[in-house]
Design a protein around this ligand. Structure first.
Ligand SMILES: NC(=O)c1ccc[n+]([C@@H]2O[C@H](COP(=O)([O-])OP(=O)(O)OC[C@H]3O[C@@H](n4cnc5c(N)ncnc54)[C@H](O)[C@@H]3O)[C@@H](O)[C@H]2O)c1
Length: 338
């Protein structure tokens, strides 16, 4: 399957590195609003740099890998789908669930697939947890906690403004890793209760090259919620760009027979720790046979192979829409039934 990459910024490097080695897909073209970035990316994978329109309309391209900033995810994806191409978006699928639903409906009419990051949940860490829960190793799941607590991305990302605009914030930026992992392990969410706040209206960039520039914040930066799952489990979630440091982190799941410590869902690896009721301590569990390295692009390969074999792909638009509905609810204080 021939791929065209649209959006050649920070995250494109690891996708290009991994997918250049893939036997399932070939990167044929790159495009960016900034042609110099597209050229640089093209050089790294012996592809051709093009304009966005030329790439999407090219008969050579089967699948558009959309690595643009969140504000462009919907527009680029719709354009690709309208041109009859499969599309795989970086997260979030779109800024709003309504737009994501409309994108999936369009793709269905056009007979093309939509995939979406994160594919970290296909890695050994989360897949081992999914298997342990499915095997009843912690009994019936009662609840758990998921915490993504950091001071924000303006200290390291070269161009961090988008993290504070619509489509950014801790919920839509980091939340996809946490909620996709929870849904992968526990199944769908049926109700979200939440409280969301915007702590500061302005942030100052401390990374280079934009050090000292101010960002006007447009989204909540501290989102706290309770997720009720169809299984009956109730999980508390805090996603925040307002915490300097915390000893809480990642995800724990608590069951009638024990507890499970889920590794950082922004990685593919472990460790996975299980505490069995009555034991003295946690035990580190062996990981199932799945990637442990930074395998970003795995979801794209999985989608390409699934299309070829007529099977469902795993990092799907449908899953990403459900996750987006949950995250959208977390950015609005109140209760949302899904
Ligand atoms: N940076 C990370 O560590 C990281 C990690 C995981 C996921 N992501 C996700 O990847 C996506 C991109 O993030 P990034 O950090 O690479 O951002 P970035 O700003 O470094 O790069 C985005 C690129 O997209 C281009 N672009 C924007 N709108 C476009 C359009 N309409 N058409 C063509 N090109 C367009 C920009 O010119 C830019 O080069 C985001 O959705 C982000 O959430 C980023």
């Amino acid at each position: 399957m021939n791929i065209g990459v649209v959006g050649c910024g920070a995250i494109s490097g690891i996708y290009i590195e991994n997918l250049s080695r893939s036997k399932a897909v070939h990167i044929r073209a790159t495009a960016d609003l900034d042609p110099a970035r597209a050229r640089l990316a093209a050089e790294r994978c012996s592809a051709q740099a093009m304009s966005v329109d030329a790439l999407i309309d090219s008969p050579e391209i089967d699948l558009v890998l959309n690595l643009t900033t969140p504000n462009a995810h919907e527009q680029v994806a719709r354009r690709a789908v309208e041109a009859g191409k499969h599309v795989y978006n970086e997260k979030p699928l779109c800024i709003e669930p309504k737009a994501a639903r409309s994108l999936l409906a369009l793709a269905e009419r056009k007979g093309v697939r939509v995939g979406c990051a994160p594919d970290t949940v296909l890695g050994a860490g989360v897949q081992t947890c999914r298997q342990l829960v499915a095997d009843g190793q912690i009994g019936q799941v009662v609840g758990g906690g998921a915490f993504m607590l950091c001071p924000g991305h303006e200290s390291w990302h070269p161009n961090p403004a988008f993290y504070y605009k619509q489509g950014g914030g801790p919920a839509l930026d980091m939340g996809p890793y946490y909620v996709t992992a929870l849904v992968t392990i526990l199944g769908p969410v049926t109700r979200v209760r939440s409280c969301a706040t915007m702590t500061r209206r302005e942030r100052t960039i401390t990374s280079e090259p934009r050090r000292g520039e101010r960002i006007t914040v447009e989204v909540p930066t501290h989102c706290v919620g309770l997720l009720e799952f169809g299984s009956g489990a109730c999980v508390s979630v805090t996603l925040s760009f307002d915490v300097h440091r915390s000893r809480w982190g990642d995800i724990e799941i608590w069951g009638t027979q024990g507890s499970l410590a889920v590794p950082d869902p922004n990685t593919f690896a472990g460790p996975v720790r299980l505490f069995r009721a009555g034991a003295d301590d946690w035990e580190e569990m062996p990981l199932i046979d799945a990637p442990v390295h930074n395998a970003r692009g795995l979801g794209v390969e999985d989608m390409a192979l699934a299309i070829a074999e007529g099977k469902a792909h795993r990092a799907s638009g449908t899953l990403a829409l459900h996750v987006l509905e949950v995250l959208d609810a977390l950015t609005r204080s109140g209760t949302v039934e899904l």
